[in-house]
Design a protein around this ligand. Structure first.
Ligand SMILES: Cc1ncc(COP(=O)(O)O)c(C=O)c1O
Length: 380
């Protein structure tokens, strides 16, 4: 099956009792057994639920994986992967990650003995240099939030195999339509399904996909034990969103490219980071491993910090909002919003300045998006 067909069909059968083409929302906590030890495959919704099972099968098919596990948020998916490790284990992570991921590792998981080192994984040599005897996992975000750095997954897969390390990729910005990390031998793919996968700002959710049965069994055990499961209604809404993922990602990418070009040629813009632009330092890798470049852009204006703030306060169509990957264009100030939990000196050292503006280009008509940015830039 081609990707677009999988998005509409994979894991989805007509409901056997009614023929309903859309899988029902099984809004139930428990399931009646026929007798002790004998039921219809479900016993309690924290462990499994038929609507969630359809979503998990669909997500696995889209990533080209065998197993999918769905969570109540992207962060609970990130947390579930960390629970595959034990006290004393060490993780090497991309330095530019979503602020919530570094907050989880630096302020919560450190209390339980997990250690983490952040390196710029767009140069994979930095990963090898950071390996210690207790290193167990490499955590990659590509493209990164918010600087859009790209990491070569072929090399990361090789490093993982050579050094016997788990490899996990947060592929939220790319989605399986644009990038399938499992094809590079990556062990675990992680998503905030809140973003492009559901696509309409309608739910908070997360997922992990893998080909490895041992990891799947462990993830299912963690899911059942911790209970950070997505609700049947959220699963259903996500499934609805996924059906149009290919169409939306094509449009997000097309609009993203046009907006990135517009920004790069604007006299008030100092620099633009978008993997689709030839000026992006990892443009060649992005071209090789991604089908297109998504709708995420970050940029800085000339002048001081106030310039970016004036721009973000002046948009009319674009929404000043935390989040990304939905049909609406959203503009964000990472330093005070998505990455406020990262200490200022750490942010600055990584290039995440107070002037940085992040744009999640939606699927409105691109002329309207550009016209809005143009009028806001005229006020700077
Ligand atoms: C790359 C990335 N990973 C994980 C998350 C966390 O996802 P959620 O907000 O669904 O918990 C986010 C949220 O912005 C993100 O951007």
């Amino acid at each position: 099956m081609k990707f677009a067909t999988k998005a509409v069909r994979a894991g989805i059968e007509p409901d056997p009792s009614t023929g309903a083409i859309v899988p029902p929302i099984f809004q139930t906590a428990t399931y009646v057994l026929d007798e002790i030890g004998k039921g219809k495959g479900y016993d309690y919704t924290r462990s499994s639920n038929p609507t969630r099972a359809v979503l998990e099968a669909n997500l696995a098919a889209l990533e080209g994986g065998k197993y999918g596990v769905s969570y109540a948020s992207g962060m609970s998916a990130v947390d579930a992967v960390a629970r595959l490790l034990a006290a004393g284990d060490h993780v090497i992570s991309s330095d530019d990650v979503y602020g919530g991921v570094s907050r989880l590792y630096n302020q919560i998981l450190n209390r339980f003995g997990l250690q983490i080192t952040y390196v710029d994984t767009s140069n994979p040599e930095n990963i090898v240099e950071a390996i210690r005897p207790e290193t167990k996992m490499v955590w990659i975000e590509t493209p990164t939030n918010p600087l859009l750095k790209v990491t070569d997954l072929e090399i990361v897969g090789q490093i993982g195999r050579e050094h016997n390390l788990l490899t996990a990729v947060d592929s939220t910005f790319a989605t399986p339509y644009l990038l399938r990390p499992l094809e590079y031998g990556i062990d675990l793919v992680v998503h905030s399904t809140t973003k492009y996968l559901s696509g309409h700002n309608q739910i908070i959710g997360g997922a992990v996909i893998t080909n490895r049965e041992d990891l799947y069994e462990e993830l299912k055990f963690v899911q059942k034990s911790v209970g950070a499961v997505s609700s049947p209604f959220d699963c259903w809404l996500t499934l609805l969103g996924l059906k149009t993922l290919p169409l939306r990602m094509q449009k997000h990418s097309e609009n993203g490219m046009a907006v990135a070009r517009f920004l790069e040629s604007h006299p008030k813009v100092a620099r633009v980071s978008y993997p689709g632009l030839p000026s992006h330092p990892q443009h060649a890798i992005a071209r090789r491993q991604m089908k297109a470049f998504s709708g995420m852009i970050s940029f800085e204006l000339k002048g001081d910090v106030q310039s970016g703030i004036t721009l973000m306060n002046s948009v009319r169509l674009c929404s000043l909002a935390e989040s990304l990957g939905a049909v609406e264009t959203m503009i964000t100030h990472p330093a005070s919003m998505t990455h406020a939990s990262v200490p200022k000196e750490v942010r600055e050292a990584r290039g995440l300045t107070d002037s940085l503006v992040r744009l999640s280009v939606g699927i409105e008509h691109v002329d309207d998006i550009i016209a809005d940015l143009e009028q806001a830039l005229a006020r700077v």
